[in-house]
Design a protein around this ligand. Structure first.
Ligand code: 4AD
Ligand code: MG
Length: 465
């Protein structure tokens, strides 16, 4: 079996030879004595045109009656067709039906809404749009590994089941081995969930950061890349209950170094995807977002903006003064809403923007307290169309300051013993960030809903299949 991508790559050698290609029917046209099957095998974005002649095929009528979506194995001579839009076609000498597709196949060759396609998780990856999205997703994942591996980072797999809450935000899914129908009870009659993971209270990880920090203090530079889970009930275009996160962590690194790494990584991944997926990018540019390629090209070749939270608030307040209408008020101390993030990166700076030094009150416990005692050494990267794509910070390496912060927030020192220990045995300045992988794929493709860049989205109201 030869894959279609190989035909395009090796057509000089393969022209006029006999090849076998297996794939799924995208359309069939029957002109009585001859006909055309458009086949795609998923190896690349391009289809193969298979020509069938009644005289050459014993099962011509059977093939001509095949439905869209059928799986066929086609053998024939690869004929060059230099004067036609597609450079070659397969003149079939045999077509074997591997699996017929029923007439109610939902992926007919017409444009369907993405809402409808979301209900077809098992089939939508056969459409042009979703083939393009998930190939880009795959190439972007490989590029992330290359970026860090080329720079000597160690890839560390962090646990999915954990007793700690890395963000301290209480947005965890509980993991339980208890008999839910018959749970153990406390003296007052309420359910005792504290024992649920073989005698401990455990949950699905919200972030691999704490364990990545641990490895950073052994290897220097490390990264995680894995699934994370958030039990936040946010039914938005950019929140999922299960998503993938890339989390580098670097010892002897400050916030500026952290941002340099994030910026270099984003540029590297964007450049790699544009190089490796020209057909997919051209498709997105035509059907999803007309400015995509131009915008991404500009991102790769220009510096990101960097602005402090305090300056960002001033910019937003000036926007309000000159008549811009935000839904949420803007005051120093408020968390930036998506509309504020998008104003900054889209309207004001017109490019990816780091916002730094947020108020401590609205950020996680592990971020390093600045000398002003009000702000922390945090940096979020905001991009046009999406808002926050990366959240990062320099970590609090001072044991006493960190303990005080954990206590102030009403969190349990005991739960963070191991993490605090890292500050007692050769702690050092260190920093890292988390890139929401789906948000990156949205940015790369112009697709505006996280449900369409997750192969099988788990979002509020959806965990099917
Ligand atoms: O800003 P967050 O919560 O930061 C952390 O988890 C840190 N521990 C990262 C670190 O410093 N190692 O999440 C990081 C990124 C966000 O910027 C966003 O892109 C993505 O993860 N993210 C989500 N993506 C999809 N659905 C959700 N519910 C997400 N929550 C966060
Ligand atoms: Mg964040």
């Amino acid at each position: 079996r030869t894959r279609i991508v190989q035909l395009y790559a090796d057509i000089e050698q393969l022209g006029d030879t006999v090849v076998t290609v297996a794939g799924w029917v995208r359309s069939i046209r029957d002109m009585k004595n001859f006909g055309f099957v458009t086949l795609n095998d998923g190896s690349c974005f391009k289809d193969l045109q298979v020509v069938m002649n009644r005289g050459a095929l014993g099962n011509y009528d059977e093939i001509a009656a095949m439905g869209v979506g059928s799986a066929l194995v086609c053998t024939g001579t690869l004929a060059l067709t230099p004067d036609r839009p597609q450079p070659f076609e397969l003149q079939a000498s045999s077509i074997v039906i591997e699996g017929a597709s029923a007439p109610d196949y939902p992926m007919q060759k017409k444009r369907q809404t993405r809402e409808f396609l979301r209900t077809q998780q098992h089939l939508r990856s056969r459409t042009n749009l979703f083939r393009a999205i998930f190939r880009v997703r795959s190439v972007a994942a490989a590029a992330i590994h290359s970026f860090f591996q080329e720079r000597g980072f160690v890839y560390v797999n962090t646990p999915i089941i954990t007793t700690s809450d890395a963000e301290g935000a209480g947005e965890m899914f509980r993991v339980t081995t208890l008999d839910v129908a018959n749970p153990p009870l406390l003296e007052d009659g309420s359910v005792d969930w504290s024992q649920d993971f073989f005698g401990q209270a455990a949950n699905l990880t919200v972030s691999g950061q704490l364990q990545a920090e641990n490895f950073a203090l052994s290897f220097g530079d490390v990264y995680t890349f894995g699934p994370t889970f958030r039990a936040e009930n946010s039914n938005t275009r950019r929140h999922a209950a299960e998503f993938w996160m890339v989390e580098p962590e670097m010892a002897f690194c400050d916030l500026a170094g952290d941002m340099d790494c994030a910026e270099a990584m984003l540029k590297y991944v964007i450049g790699s995807v544009m190089d490796a997926c020209p057909d997919e990018m051209a498709f997105f540019n035509k059907f999803v977002d007309k400015d995509l390629v131009e915008r991404l090209t500009h991102v790769v070749t220009s510096d990101f903006a960097r602005v402090s939270y305090t300056e960002a608030i001033k910019i937003l307040q000036e926007a309000v003064d000159s008549g811009h209408d935000f839904e949420y008020p803007v005051d120093w101390g408020c968390d930036l809403q998506t509309e504020h993030e998008r104003y900054l990166t889209e309207e004001h700076f017109g490019k990816p923007t780091f916002v730094t030094d947020y108020p401590a009150k609205i950020k996680a416990f592990y971020m390093r307290l600045n000398d002003d005692k009000k702000t922390v050494a945090a940096a979020d990267c905001l991009v046009p169309g999406i808002g926050e794509i990366i959240g990062g910070s320099q970590r609090e390496e001072r044991l006493d300051v960190l303990e005080r912060r954990i206590t102030e927030l009403g969190m349990s020192i005991d739960q963070y013993r191991t993490y605090l220990d890292l500050r007692r045995y050769g702690g050092c300045q260190h920093a890292g960030f988390g890139l929401g992988f789906e948000r990156l794929v949205m940015y790369l493709t112009g697709v505006d809903n996280i449900r369409d860049v997750l192969p099988h989205p788990r979002t509020v109201g959806s965990a099917d299949f």
